[in-house]
Design a protein around this ligand. Structure first.
Ligand SMILES: *Cc1c(COP(=O)(O)O)cnc(C)c1O
Length: 390
């Protein structure tokens, strides 16, 4: 099989860098290589590129330029939001509780857990329904004066479900508690306006929207208390020390604009392909369920649970047949563990070990979907294991 014949259906894991983005970055590796903090001409040129990228990203998200903090990616943005805001709120008013959901990305959940285990915070979990959505009234009932921060994922990476961020942010605003959302999966598919969403902080990462890996941003609404978690120089208004990665930041700005230019047509195209894929799978394969919300989900995202199928075996079979997919959870080796997210939305381990995530993107064609539908039934059949509990 050649690379041309391979079918990539894992755009939620990462996306290829768009040609236009590569071209936009190139001058900043060699020609315009200055350090944005330097006083001289070379430094000023780099600083101008950095600030222009900040303005472009701010404009695309409905933010002010000074509200955009550049980071090394979605993970760092989540770390800065959680640790930075929790520590600031603790210092300011003694708040010590962090509210998250059981379906967060590990960049949020592991950071919250460290704040509990090492820094003395208490992590509470807002319940989610069988689609992975939070009810704003449940959130309202859990916030009190000891709550330092609420963090709830916007679009779930594993099951695609969208949370009602406007309503959730409004509850936090009413209670005077900062609200962060991980929107890393959303940017490629939804028009985000941080002001309309009403959030205090929002994470993005460029490689999920056709930008380079290793760069991201955290929007922090003006007036939000936050401490740096990486200390040193005064870059990024003292909130993220270290010389900025100018080429990658320029690439992220270009990628965001490129993505938004054709977002509406692309959303329609992908939603139609995705719905055809979901229908094809649910109609031809026994003992399968769609995971996540049937409507309130990312337009490119399909995810399933198969009873008594080992996800990794299925992924390897599909890989050999030329298809790149994911289980949605990050367990790559070792003992197959049932997905925490699928268990959190009520699947038993017989189902939760059989997650499959199929995510579409700019390179996906109708032919890809037909070919995938052609191989999946046999793949699932091959990977069904005999139930241990009968
Ligand atoms: C990919 C992803 C991250 C991590 O982003 P990186 O840029 O890879 O560090 C965080 N949250 C969600 C929801 C993601 O999908």
């Amino acid at each position: 099989m050649t690379w041309d014949e391979r079918v990539y259906l894992d755009y939620a894991a990462t996306t290829p860098v768009a040609d236009r983005v590569i071209r936009a970055m190139l001058p900043f590796f060699g020609g315009t290589f200055g350090n944005p903090s330097s006083v001289h001409f070379e430094g000023q040129q780099a600083e101008a590129a950095l600030e222009e990228a900040r303005e472009r990203i701010a404009r695309a998200l409905g933010a002010k330029p000074r509200e955009i903090i550049f980071t090394s990616g979605g993970t760092e943005s989540d770390n800065l939001a959680l640790r930075g805001i929790a520590l600031a709120e603790h210092q300011r008013r003694g708040a010590y509780r962090i509210l998250i959901t059981p379906v967060e990305h590990h960049a949020v959940s592991a950071t919250a857990r460290q704040l509990q285990d090492v820094f003395g915070f208490i992590v509470d979990y807002v319940p989610v329904d069988s689609y992975g959505r939070v009810d704003p009234d449940d959130l309202r009932g859990l916030i009190d004066s000891s709550t330092a921060l609420v963090s709830i994922i916007h679009a779930n990476n594993e099951i695609g479900t969208l949370n009602p961020i406007v309503e959730l942010a409004a509850v936090c605003a009413e209670k005077g508690v900062p609200f962060h959302t991980d929107a890393v999966q959303s940017v490629a598919h939804l028009r985000l306006d941080v002001r309309a969403l009403g959030v205090s902080a929002l994470s993005i990462g460029a490689h999920k929207f056709y930008g380079p890996k290793g760069v991201g941003a955290l929007y922090v609404r003006q007036g939000t208390s936050i401490l740096p978690i990486q200390t040193g120089g005064a870059q990024e208004r003292g909130l993220r020390a270290g010389t900025e990665n100018v080429p990658l930041i320029v690439g992220m700005a270009e990628a965001l604009e490129w993505t938004l230019e054709t977002l509406d047509q692309e959303t329609q195209r992908l939603r139609a392909l995705r719905d055809h894929l979901i229908e094809g799978i649910l109609n031809t394969i026994p003992r399968v369920r769609l995971t996540g919300h049937p409507i309130e989900r990312l337009p490119n995202h399909a995810s399933f649970a198969f009873e008594n199928v080992e996800a990794n075996a299925l992924l390897m079979y599909l890989d050999h047949a030329g298809f790149a997919c994911s289980s949605g959870s990050a367990c790559k080796t070792g003992n197959p563990e049932p997905s925490e997210v699928l268990q959190a939305i009520g699947f038993t381990s017989q189902w939760a070990m059989g997650g499959l995530r199929v995510t579409l993107g700019r390179g996906t064609t109708q032919d890809h979907i037909e070919r995938f539908l052609g191989v999946l039934p046999a793949a699932v059949e091959k990977c069904r294991v005999v139930s241990r509990v009968n």
